[in-house]
Design a protein around this ligand. Structure first.
Ligand code: HEM
Length: 369
């Protein structure tokens, strides 16, 4: 039996490059939010566990816990668009792998709902000074599992050769895939990234007007130290991710200016992240500017990674006979035009909402009183 799915008979309604551009843009933003959330939730729990006798850690835990329910909305809303674009470009692959781990893939919905509920309880209990760390810890375990399911699916969709055996073993989608040497480095790479990005989140919060100076200096120092250590660990995993790829993918990256550029951009980003983190750790700077530099560095570095992992997917699938660029395209410019218009209007509305939020009267925080 040929496990390779037939190409979708319905042509793509817009050029591949447009879908790719939108996919990479939205996925980079999903990665920024998701990594901030994954690492930030862990830190919130850590600060709660260790904060009983330390007023600064207590303040840090409260500052993070109260922001987490908002942050998860960004994770989810910024995850939906790239999911739609991935389905358009790689439908037969993603659908098949999703079904083969269907039980887990479906479970994501309930895990996200459960996480939401726990986060609100965590934030509320933290605000009222009640013991709350276990709710955050449970939420983190669930989020960790979600991340494992995502990495599993994104690697399984590249392995049509294991699909028939998986289906034979469990048509109900209750089995994880057999060993894949690329999975663990890739998942670990995403997890490590969550900690330096969360370190940057602390630097961001340190610079807010609402954050008391002593708490801000603690957050900037802690965030800078954490980010400096974790980016070094992630550089090691970057190497591991690339080494785990088959030779055809490694050669493909080496032969592509675009992908080599993304790899170099990621490495340059990592160096800048390290230098900036070390500076933040040493100076404990609390400023808007430092927060925006942190945000910019995170977006650029994660965008470089999004491009590279997209290239790894295309090269892997090309080695198995599917070229994403060779799909039939019949562009419906009318629909594309309406799409761009609504996108621009949506961005304007979002900008206005952010403007209103920024101008809202600040409420002092710090958990110091
Ligand atoms: C707290 C919840 C979530 C976590 C922890 C999470 C984590 C992850 C991780 C680790 C990856 C990278 C997988 C890899 O490349 O190895 C990923 C990719 C992705 N996530 Fe999320 N995610 C979450 C929620 C969501 C939601 C709710 C959606 C959409 C509705 C979503 C959409 C995506 C998409 C589309 C990709 C990449 C697809 C591609 O490769 O093109 N995520 N996510």
């Amino acid at each position: 039996m040929n496990p390779f799915p037939f190409v979708d008979p319905i042509p793509l309604p817009a050029p591949v490059w447009l879908f790719k551009a939108l996919h990479l843009l939205t996925l980079s933003l999903h990665f920024v939010a998701m990594q901030t959330f994954l690492g930030g939730l862990f830190l919130a729990v850590l600060f709660h566990v260790t904060g009983a006798s330390n007023v600064l850690r207590k303040g840090a835990g409260a500052a993070l816990a109260r922001r987490l329910p908002i942050l998860i909305t960004f994770v989810i809303n910024l995850g939906v668009p790239p999911l739609l674009f991935t389905q358009v470009l790689y439908g037969p692959f993603l659908y098949t792998s999703s079904e083969l781990i269907g039980l887990y893939w479906f479970a994501v919905i309930f895990l996200v709902m459960g996480t939401y509920w726990l986060l609100y309880r965590f934030a509320d209990a933290s605000d009222k000074g009640r013991c709350a760390w276990w709710m955050g810890a449970l939420a983190w375990v669930m989020v960790l599992f979600i991340s494992k399911i995502y990495s599993t699916n994104m690697t399984l969709m590249l392995r049509p050769e294991v699909w028939p055996a998986m289906y034979a073993a469990s048509p109900g989608g209750a089995h994880f895939p057999p060993h894949d040497p690329t999975f663990l480095p890739r998942w670990a790479f995403m997890l490590t990234g969550a900690f330096w990005v969360a370190g940057f989140w602390l630097i961001w919060i340190a610079g807010r007007k609402t954050t008391e100076l002593s708490l801000g200096r603690y957050l900037a120092g802690f965030g800078g130290r954490l980010a400096a250590v974790m980016i070094v660990a992630q550089v090691g995993l970057f190497y591991a991710v690339l080494s785990a790829q088959p030779a055809v993918v490694r050669d493909g990256i080496a032969a592509s200016l675009w992908l080599k550029g993304a790899a170099v951009a990621w490495c340059a980003g990592a160096v800048l992240v390290f230098v900036f983190s070390a500076w933040a750790a040493a100076t404990k700077t609390c400023s808007y500017a430092a927060g925006y530099i942190a945000l910019l560095l995170a977006v650029v570095t994660l965008a470089a990674w999004a491009i590279l992992r997209d290239g790894i997917r295309d090269l892997t699938l090309a080695s198995k006979g599917f070229d994403v660029w060779q799909q039939t395209v019949v562009t419906n410019w009318n629909v594309v035009g309406w799409f761009v218009l609504t996108l621009v209007l949506g961005l304007v509305a979002l900008g206005w909402l952010l403007y209103v939020m920024m101008r809202a009267k600040p409420v002092a925080e710090g958990g110091m009183s």
